[in-house]
Structures are given as structure tokens and as C-alpha cells.
Design a binder for this molecule. Structure first.
Ligand SMILES: *Cc1c(COP(=O)(O)O)cnc(C)c1O
Length: 392
């Protein structure tokens, strides 16, 4: 894993955002529940600065600051801002940079609620969105206009797992003065080093691998000094907030994220390689596999993978056949979200407007958890056999 200031990232994960010496020697920072924060003197009340001090619960508690400090340190950004959900990190970041009459470019493979926000909220406020081919690379230069303020990237793409050439996209965006916001949920602050790749603002569904235990909703925006104040003000205008207990859970998750991710990746590779041997599996959408079309870019730009990938089957199954497979799974549950310790499986249907996404068969998304991979393989084997029997 890469180093920052000669300290390995695992070390930053373990040490960032805590100060036992000023906390009775206690290893973890406390959870501060706060709305009102009082000032002992009028002079102090007058001198309150929400960008620097603890002034009001909504503006951030010391627990939130600990999480923000640790995540920014690990990803290599100057600052981080915790918000209520992953989606809130995206909406808070995008809306910080645009005004009526502006234009944004969003990858056609972006997380679907990002598209919802652009089409239903940004459009209402007079901001136009153009969706672009995720594989466009430096060709995005042709789509950039004088009023393009934001280019949103996400790699690998939600559901379809294309790897974007983020350094090339960033170079083109910067040449026209646009800010690059990258949804780095799959990459995590460890496995995709956003700020070394030209990203200006990295957003995360911390709900996924940072929290890591399927129990808290949380988002984090990591950014450079240049854009921090603008995003912080926007965070404040929208009344955004991150709950102290959830920040604590995010910090707790962060401490073990490197070891969890390594195991998720190892298990996912084992399961994916087994899936390749199944005749009904036509494609695995997982850039960590050497034959994936995004593998070379992934190897160039990522430090590792995680447990989330897709696969396509040889035919489109109806819900009767698919139900025969999915209803009987013992270890894989059907559920939204991912990044927790448990395995998940869902049928997915990418929505595209700039590009076609064609598949010869049903698309499934798998999250490979921390169960033993052999048990997961046995569960999938029985499931695929049920599917074959039901499909006839
Ligand atoms: C889940 C997810 C989000 C949204 O996170 P929430 O915490 O559920 O709001 C954003 N981006 C990606 C890529 C995701 O997978």
C-alpha cells in the first residue's frame, strides 16, 4: 500500500483523528451529543467561527471532526466534511459549484440516485446535465463547454463496473476550469488515491466500506484546500449534518478497513474465478480480473479491489426462474447497499441515456462478504442449479 509522509496508510487508519493524551488516555474519541454549545463570555460568543470552532451541533461535533480528520488524512485530501448519507455527499458537493445557467457532465454509469438528483433537482434550478460515455477518457474535452462547472466521475460504474480514465478526464476538465467530483465509494480512500489522480472532490458513501457493518448511514466529502470553504458553506446552507453515533461507527469501521478490504477482495476473486467455470455465466464485471476490459486502467490507478462485482447470465430469466435461485439462497441475501461484512445478491438493470448497455442475459450484482468463500461458492452453485432446473 502506498505511503504518505513515509507512514503507511494502515498506520494512518489506526492513528488518525484521535488524541488519547487529551482524553484521559482513552483510546477512542468520545461521542459528543450536542445541539447547543454555550459560550462563557460575550466576547467568546462574538468570536465564534463555525469553520474553526465547535459552535452548534449541526455544524459538527468533535466526534464528527475526528472522523473527518482521519478520512482526509488517509485519502490525502486537505479536509473532509461528514454528511448524513452517501447521496448527501454527492448532492452537497455538486450543488456547491453550480448556479442557474451552468452545465454539468455526469458519467452514464453513475449511481442512479445521482442521476435522479441532476434530473429532478439540478434541472429545476436551471442547471443542465449531459450524460457521457464512461469510457470517454480525454475525449470528454469535446463535451466541455464554457459553462461546464462540474464533471462527475465514478469508477468502476454502478452496476456495470466500467473503469474510467480519471486522470485523463481530470486533465481535460481542468483545462476548461471545471471541477472533478469523483464518487469513490467502490475505490475507498485506500484503494483509489483520488488526489493523486487529479480529482478535486472525492465523495463517499461511508455507509459502505467505511462503516462496514451495515448499520449506519453516512457520507463523507474529501477535498483540497481550494474548494473546502465553498463546500463547507454549502453544507451549512442545506442544513446538512452527520449524527455523532454514526460518525463514531464510521471511525470504528475505518480502523479495520484495510484488513477487511483485503479479505473482501481475496474472497471476491475466489468466488469470481469459480463463477468463470460455470457455463451459464457469460461475463464477470470485475476489473480485478485480468480479462476484464477495465483491468489495465484498474491496475494503473487502483491499489486494490473490494467485494462488489457483477455478472451476466446466458439468458434473460423471468422472475419465476430467478426467484427459484434467489429465494433459496442460504448466505446471500437480497438487499440494497453493500460494503458490510455479509454477502448480498441482487438482479440489476442499468439505466442509460448516453450509451447503450446491452446484455445477452440477466445481470446480477454480488457483494462478497467475509464468510468463507467456499461456503459462498456452495451457496451459488446450489442457486445456479435451481435456476437451471426452473428455467427448464
Ligand atoms: C450506496 C451508494 C451511494 C449512496 O450512499 P447512501 O449512504 O446509501 O446514500 C452513492 N454512491 C455509490 C456508488 C453507492 O454505491
Amino acid at each position: 500500500m502506498t505511503k504518505k509522509d513515509n507512514v503507511h496508510l494502515e498506520t494512518l487508519l489506526a492513528s488518525g483523528g484521535r488524541d488519547p493524551e487529551n482524553n484521559f488516555g482513552i483510546v477512542n474519541p468520545p461521542v459528543y451529543h450536542a445541539s447547543t454549545v454555550t459560550s462563557p463570555t460575550l466576547a467568546e460568543w462574538r468570536a465564534r467561527d463555525f469553520t474553526k470552532h465547535i459552535t452548534y451541533g449541526r455544524m459538527g461535533t468533535p466526534t464528527q471532526k475526528s472522523l473527518e480528520e482521519a478520512v482526509a488524512l488517509v485519502e490525502g485530501g486537505d479536509h473532509a466534511i461528514a454528511v448524513s448519507s452517501g447521496l448527501a455527499s454527492i448532492t452537497t458537493a455538486i450543488s456547491a459549484f453550480v448556479s442557474a445557467g451552468d452545465h454539468i457532465l455526469v458519467s452514464d454509469s453513475a449511481y442512479f440516485p445521482t442521476r435522479n438528483f441532476c434530473n429532478n433537482v439540478m434541472a429545476k434550478y436551471g442547471v443542465e446535465t449531459t450524460y457521457y460515455d464512461p469510457l470517454i477518457g480525454g475525449g470528454i474535452a469535446d463535451l466541455l463547454r464554457d459553462n461546464t462547472k462540474v464533471v462527475l466521475t465514478e469508477a468502476p460504474g454502478s452496476q456495470t463496473f466500467e473503469v474510467q480514465d480519471i486522470p485523463a478526464i481530470s486533465a481535460a476538465a481542468h483545462a476548461r476550469g471545471a471541477v472533478v467530483i469523483n464518487d469513490n465509494t467502490w475505490g475507498t480512500p485506500l484503494n483509489f488515491r483520488s488526489f493523486e489522480k487529479g480529482v478535486d472532490v472525492s465523495v463517499h458513501a461511508a455507509t459502505k466500506y467505511i462503516v462496514g457493518h451495515s448499520d449506519a448511514m453516512l457520507g463523507i466529502i474529501v477535498t483540497t484546500e481550494e474548494h473546502y470553504e465553498k463546500i463547507l458553506m454549502n453544507f451549512r446552507y442545506w442544513g446538512q449534518h452527520a449524527a455523532p453515533d454514526d460518525c463514531y461507527l464510521g471511525l470504528r469501521g475505518l480502523r479495520t478497513m484495510a484488513v477487511r478490504l483485503r479479505q473482501h477482495e481475496e474472497n471476491a476473486l475466489k468466488v469470481a474465478n469459480w463463477l468463470k467455470t460455470r457455463p451459464e455465466v457469460t461475463k464477470i464485471l470485475f476489473p480485478a480480473l485480468p480479462d476484464d476490459p477495465g483491468h489495465e486502467l484498474w491496475k494503473r490507478d487502483f491499489e486494490g479491489a473490494c467485494g462488489l462485482f457483477g455478472l451476466t447470465l446466458d439468458k434473460h430469466h423471468d422472475d419465476t426462474a430467478l426467484g427459484a435461485m434467489l429465494d433459496g439462497m442460504e448466505l446471500f441475501a437480497m438487499g440494497a447497499s453493500w460494503g458490510g461484512y455479509e454477502s448480498l445478491i441482487l438482479p440489476s438493470k442499468p439505466i442509460r441515456t448516453a450509451t447503450e448497455w446491452e446484455s445477452t442475459g440477466t445481470l446480477l450484482r454480488l457483494h462478497i462478504g467475509l464468510e468463507h468463500p467456499d461456503d459462498l461458492i456452495a451457496d451459488l452453485e446450489a442457486g445456479l442449479d435451481r435456476l437451471a432446473a426452473a428455467a427448464g
